[in-house]
Design a protein around this ligand. Sequence first.
Ligand SMILES: NC(=O)c1ccc[n+]([C@@H]2O[C@H](COP(=O)([O-])OP(=O)(O)OC[C@H]3O[C@@H](n4cnc5c(N)ncnc54)[C@H](O)[C@@H]3O)[C@@H](O)[C@H]2O)c1
Ligand SMILES: O=C(O)C(=O)C[C@@H](O)[C@H](O)[C@H](O)COP(=O)(O)O
Ligand SMILES: [Zn+2]
Length: 356
Amino acid sequence: MSDVTTVPVGQDYDVLVGHGVSTRVAEVLPDGVARVLVVHGEPLGHLAEPVATSLRRGGLDVHLAAVPDAEAAKTIEVASDLWARMGQAGFTRSDAVVAVGGGSVTDLGGWAAAAWLRGVAVVHVPTTVLGMVDAAVGGKSGINTAEGKNLVGAFHTPAAVLCDLDHLPSLPPADLAAGLAEVVKCGFIADPRILEVVESDAAGVQDPGSPALREVIERTIAVKASVVAADLRESSLREILNYGHTLGHAVEHHEQYRMRHGEAVSIGMVFAAELAHRTGHMDEDLLGRHRYVLGLLGLPTTYARADFGDLLAALRRDKKTRGGTLRFVVLDGPAQPTRLEGPDESLLREAYAALT
Ligand SMILES: NC(=O)c1ccc[n+]([C@@H]2O[C@H](COP(=O)([O-])OP(=O)(O)OC[C@H]3O[C@@H](n4cnc5c(N)ncnc54)[C@H](O)[C@@H]3O)[C@@H](O)[C@H]2O)c1
Ligand SMILES: O=C(O)C(=O)C[C@@H](O)[C@H](O)[C@H](O)COP(=O)(O)O
Ligand SMILES: [Zn+2]
């Protein structure tokens, strides 16, 4: 195993990026772990099995748990099934969960670990671009409820995150592109070099084996790591990572999770840019750059499948809302995030109409 990049998340844990790093899972678990629940998406057993084998070689008692694919994993019923398995296998506070899969599996696995005995160790092995650059890093875990996205969960920091680049070639191109929406998000909020790489080599960043993709993955992890190291519990700074998510989550909920998270965030970023432009924060060029860069990746920048009124209740349940005041992350310029608080509903409707 050569050429592994280590991105520290403050003093708390490391994110390793490289070929074959998932086989290092036994060495990154805390001392004293005896049992491990390896949670993986139903179709990803072939990626979880080598992780389980590495753990067994390390002398650990391994239990595999396949969960429903994608967003269907993020339910209380699935979490409850994991707790039943841990209870029946006698998992104690010195045991651990390893989550192998996309963001849906790391969100679920992280939450199952956060709640079991009020918190056992978790190691994430993200297998999508989105999981590597975002979901597995930063300790946000959770599930959905009927009322909305990620409404139940916890901040639960992983012991380590292993981003194995060997997992990417099998990722369907549409899922890879959806992950790039969060990459572009970090380009807009913090690291414009990411936008330059996408703009100069849009094909490269969509090629799982390319140096361009690795560069933007590592840059995005670095952005996320620096933000969560400074503000794990989202008291203020961390909100910038929610750019595009206020409308994005409402759209996902409206679509009953049949749209990919990254695609909804892409639409949500264009909405936030329209809002920023209409309130004097963002100039025309940067607004246009949103549509241009997301369009280069084949990500959606229009949406017309819901009346605005149908999205309002979900918008109000956004976690950035305080009292009755809706709050949005908007940009004054590249890497200049700020907040827009309580915009008039008429402005929201205008910005939404601009998505059609
Ligand atoms: N906790 C956070 O901070 C955070 C951040 C961003 C997103 N999220 C959450 O992440 C979820 C989206 O994650 P996602 O985009 O990774 O989607 P996903 O987990 O739903 O996976 C998408 C699809 O890719 C498949 N897949 C995964 N890895 C594969 C591989 N290597 N080869 C072939 N197929 C593979 C999965 O089986 C699934 O069908 C959403 O629920 C979102 O809310 C959480
Ligand atoms: O890490 C964060 O903080 C984020 O907001 C990252 C988002 O990309 C991610 O989708 C997150 O799960 C959204 O969090 P939520 O608090 O709005 O549910
Ligand atoms: Zn997201």
